[in-house]
Ligand binder design. Structure first.
Ligand SMILES: Nc1ncnc2c1ncn2[C@@H]1O[C@H](COP(=O)(O)OP(=O)(O)OP(=O)(O)O)[C@@H](O)[C@H]1O
Ligand SMILES: [Mg+2]
Length: 410
């Protein structure tokens, strides 16, 4: 994967004559508050270092005042970094002259803000075509491209409407279409969905991910939010900032399961993990026997592996069902020899499925079969582990016990 954006030792201090002093104090690791007291300067970004890979949605997450907007603005130099280098495709953006910078902003970046201005007296299509006009694209082509971008964000049919005739969510889509219309290499999105109500917001997040996934050449997106759930939901990787400093950069699962600082740990403790955790995080190695195996030897396999249930697979390795220890014992007692006769079918799941979506499948208490693209058994997920992970154990484990009793007696 190639590096699209490189942020190297980027520091931004706001202030007048105190900046050099503030920089010196920062080098001595004096706190942000004390630097403000002593120099009157604000440390907005403190030595940021990271790369954004081509095609990823890189989310910068932090509370108000943590330096997110300052950082994203350093990328297109709406804010000039006090120190450090920003590269895009290897080009040093911090070294561009005024003309070079203008061309970079026009041709290679698109920006979407929380509150951005649409031109009220121009229709939606003309608004979307604005960036293309600035680029010098002729009118027919830019209107065609604007229409394509509007279709992409679900606004086909609204080309001739005026901004005031659209809802807030629709206006935000127009803003996204405007940024997408110029087909920028990188999209800079600063709290782009934060003003929307939750349902529309989730729709926009889904659409952004769909658009991103459907692009022949994926945009690289630098996305700013103060909302951890949004960050975890859409981020390929998430960068957590506090007081201008980066605390952790990792995948959503890294951030949730392996927080590297106390601050991150505290931040994530209340998250509904089911929304981001997938089957892969709770799946275990499957223990299986072939269809046709005797109940007695299935019991032996369970004893050896310490499992309470075992998968039965066909000769290709596809799951046929699951037999519990109780089922198998009952079979032996009843004189039934084959394990197939007592195994029960269970739902198949795949490693990329969200826990929150599969937990309903656990209602009969049997382990689920994790299968690969070809339908072969690759793992097992026990319902209690899913529920434990979801923090729902207390409420539902009783129901599960009931279901198990019912399941094994049938
Ligand atoms: N133009 C400016 N002049 C002086 N200080 C500034 C300026 N812009 C930002 N700051 C300060 O820099 C720090 C970081 O601000 P920034 O806007 O980057 O935070 P943020 O994480 O985007 O916050 P929010 O979530 O509220 O948008 C804050 O302490 C802020 O007061
Ligand atoms: Mg901001």
């Amino acid at each position: 994967m190639s590096k699209k954006i490189e942020i190297q030792n980027v520091t931004k201090i706001f202030g007048d004559d105190g900046i050099d002093d503030a920089m010196a104090l920062l080098d001595q690791r004096v706190s942000k508050d004390e630097i403000l007291d002593r120099t009157g300067s604000v440390v907005a970004v403190d030595n940021a270092n990271f790369d954004v890979d081509e095609g990823e949605i890189f989310v910068v997450m932090g509370l108000s005042g943590s330096g997110k907007s300052t950082l994203i603005r350093c990328v297109n130099r709406l804010v000039e970094p006090t120190e450090g280098i920003v590269r895009v495709d290897g080009d040093d953006i911090t070294a561009l002259d005024a003309k070079g910078l203008q061309a970079f902003r026009r041709n290679r970046t698109g920006m979407v803000f929380q509150h951005f201005a649409l031109f009220p007296h121009q229709d939606v299509r003309t608004n979307v075509a604005f960036g293309l006009k600035v680029k010098g694209v002729d009118v027919d082509e830019r209107m065609a491209l604007a229409e394509q971008a509007l279709a992409l964000v679900g606004l086909a049919g609204y080309e001739r409407s005026f901004p005031a005739q659209l809802s807030g969510g629709m206006q935000q889509r127009v803003g996204l279409a405007r940024a997408l219309a110029t087909q920028p290499d990188i999209l800079l999105m600063d709290e782009a969905f934060s003003a929307l109500d939750p349902l529309i917001r989730r729709q926009m997040q889904d659409e952004l991910m769909t658009i991103q996934a459907g692009m022949a050449k994926r945009n690289t997106i630098l996305f700013i939010t103060h909302d951890l759930n949004e960050a975890l939901r859409i981020g390929t990787r998430v960068c957590v900032m506090k007081d201008g400093a980066i605390h952790q950069i990792g995948t959503p699962v890294d951030i949730l399961l392996r927080p590297e600082t106390d601050y991150v740990a505290e931040f994530v403790q209340d998250v509904d993990q089911g929304r981001v955790l997938t089957i892969a995080s709770v799946a275990d190695e499957a223990v299986s026997v072939r269809a046709g195996t005797t109940a007695a030897s299935a019991i032996e396999s369970m004893n050896q592996s310490g499992r309470e249930a075992i998968h039965v697979v066909d000769s290709d390795g596809r799951p046929v069902g699951v037999a519990s220890m109780a089922d198998a014992r009952e079979a032996v007692a009843a004189g039934t020899t084959g394990i197939d006769d007592v195994c029960q079918p269970t739902p198949n799941v795949t490693n990329d499925m969200m826990l929150a979506k599969v937990y309903q499948l656990c209602d009969d208490g049997l382990p689920l079969s994790v299968v690969d693209d070809g339908g072969l058994l690759v793992g097992v997920v026990r319902p209690l582990e899913i529920l434990a992970e979801l923090g729902r154990v207390e409420n539902i484990s009783e129901q599960l016990e009931q279901a198990k009793i019912k399941g094994t007696s049938s």
